[in-house]
Design a protein around this ligand. Structure first.
Ligand code: AHM
Ligand code: MG
Length: 334
C-alpha cells in the first residue's frame, strides 16, 4: 500500500536524515500548520460561523480589520505562545511585536505572519490565506523588541503560506526546495502532494492591479505596455492577465504554473515603497519563489537582501518566473 507522506514525516526527514533543521524548528512549523488548520475551519464556516464582516477596528496601517483578521491573529498567537520554541511574534494586525509571556519558556526563534491575507475577499467567498516567516533571535538578546525582527529575508530559516481555497494547502520551505501539502479534511492531516516545486522560467501570464496604471512609474508602464501589445508588439507573443487580489492566491498560481506577480511602488503615495509589507508578505513569498527557481526583486535589488528599518515596512514586489522578473528589473535599472 502506498501512503502519502505527512507534514510530520517530511519535517522529521529534514531534521534527522538531512540535518537541515533543529527539532525546535520542526515543532514550530507543525504548530503553525495546526493553527492554519483552525483558521481554515473558521474561514470555511462563512456566514454560518458568524465570522464575516468588519471587526469595527483598524490595524496599525489604518486598514479596517475584518472579524477573521482578528480571529486568525488570535489563533496564531494562542497556538504558538506556549510551545517554548519562540522568543516573540510579529503580525500585520499588531502595532508591535508580542513577546512570549514569562509564564512560558522562551526559544530562539521569531515568528512573523500576515494572519489573513487578502481579507477584502473574505466576504465574497474568494480564496484567502496565511503567510508566515521564521527568523532566529540574534545571539545574546535578552529583551526582545521590534528591532530584532529587522533582519533581511536571507536570514529566514523557514517560510510558507496556507491557502484557504477549494482545497486548503500549505506551501513550505525550510531552505531545501518547496513542498506543497494538502489538508485532508476527513483525517485532519497535511499530506505531501508535491515536492520540489519548480516555477517555469518563461511564462505568458502576468498579475497586476491595472486599475492603478495611471499612477505607475515609467519602467512598469513600459513593461506592461509591451505585454499588452502581444504578438504584434516587441515581445512577439500574447500574454494573459489574472488578478485575484489575495497575494496568497496570486502567488500560488505563479508557484503552480508560472507567471509574474507585481505590486509596484506607484505615484499614489510616493513616500510609500509599494503596498505589500516586507517582513511578513514579501520576504516569505520571495524565499519560496527563489527556492522554486524563480526570482523576486523590488525593481532594483533582490527583495531578500533589503535591510528592513521598520516592522511594518512596505516594499515594491516583482516575483515569479525568472526571465520576466529579470526583464522588468532591468527596465528599472535602465
Ligand atoms: P491584506 O494583507 O490587508 O489583505 O492586503 C494585502 C493584499 C494582497 O493580498 C493583495 O495582493 C493586495 O492586497 C491587493 O491589493 P488591491 O486591493 O490593490 O488589489
Ligand atoms: Mg496581506
Amino acid at each position: 500500500m502506498t501512503s502519502r507522506i505527512s507534514l510530520t514525516q517530511y519535517l522529521v526527514e529534514k531534521q534527522r536524515e538531512k540535518g537541515l533543521i533543529p527539532a525546535e524548528l520542526r515543532l514550530l512549523v507543525e504548530v503553525v500548520a495546526r493553527a492554519c488548520k483552525r483558521i481554515s475551519i473558521a474561514v470555511s464556516k462563512g456566514a454560518l460561523g458568524g465570522v464575516l464582516g468588519d471587526a469595527g477596528t483598524n490595524n496599525v496601517q489604518g486598514e479596517p480589520q475584518k472579524k477573521l483578521d482578528v480571529i486568525a491573529n488570535e489563533t496564531l498567537l494562542e497556538a504558538n505562545e506556549w510551545g517554548g520554541n519562540l522568543a516573540a511574534m510579529a503580525s500585520e494586525e499588531m502595532d508591535h511585536s508580542y513577546t512570549i509571556p514569562n509564564r512560558y519558556p522562551k526559544g530562539e526563534f521569531l515568528l512573523l505572519f500576515d494572519p489573513l491575507d487578502g481579507s477584502s475577499n473574505i466576504d465574497v467567498n474568494i480564496s484567502v490565506g496565511t503567510i508566515f516567516s521564521v527568523l532566529r533571535l540574534p545571539e545574546s538578546v535578552v529583551d526582545v523588541s521590534d528591532e530584532h525582527f529587522l533582519q533581511p529575508g536571507v536570514k529566514q530559516v523557514a517560510a510558507g503560506y496556507a491557502i484557504y481555497g477549494p482545497a486548503t494547502m500549505l506551501v513550505l520551505t525550510v531552505g531545501d526546495g518547496v513542498a506543497a501539502f494538502t489538508l485532508d479534511r476527513e483525517t485532519g492531516s497535511w499530506s505531501l502532494t508535491e515536492d520540489q516545486l519548480r516555477i517555469p522560467e518563461q511564462t505568458k501570464e502576468f498579475a497586476i492591479n491595472s486599475s492603478n496604471s495611471r499612477h505607475w512609474q515609467p519602467p512598469v508602464r513600459r513593461y506592461i505596455d509591451e505585454l499588452l501589445a502581444g504578438r504584434e508588439g516587441p515581445r512577439g507573443k500574447d500574454f494573459n492577465m489574472r488578478w485575484v487580489a489575495s497575494m496568497v492566491a496570486d502567488v500560488h498560481r505563479v508557484m503552480s504554473r508560472g507567471g509574474i506577480f507585481m505590486y509596484p511602488r506607484d505615484n499614489r503615495e510616493p513616500e510609500k515603497p509599494g503596498k505589500l509589507r516586507l517582513l511578513y508578505e514579501a520576504n516569505p513569498m520571495s524565499f519560496l519563489v527563489e527556492q522554486a527557481g524563480g526570482a523576486a526583486t523590488n525593481g532594483l535589488q533582490r527583495i531578500m537582501e533589503v535591510q528592513p528599518t521598520k516592522l511594518h515596512e512596505r516594499v515594491a514586489v516583482f516575483l515569479g518566473s525568472r526571465e520576466e522578473v529579470e526583464r522588468v528589473t532591468s527596465y528599472h535599472r535602465d
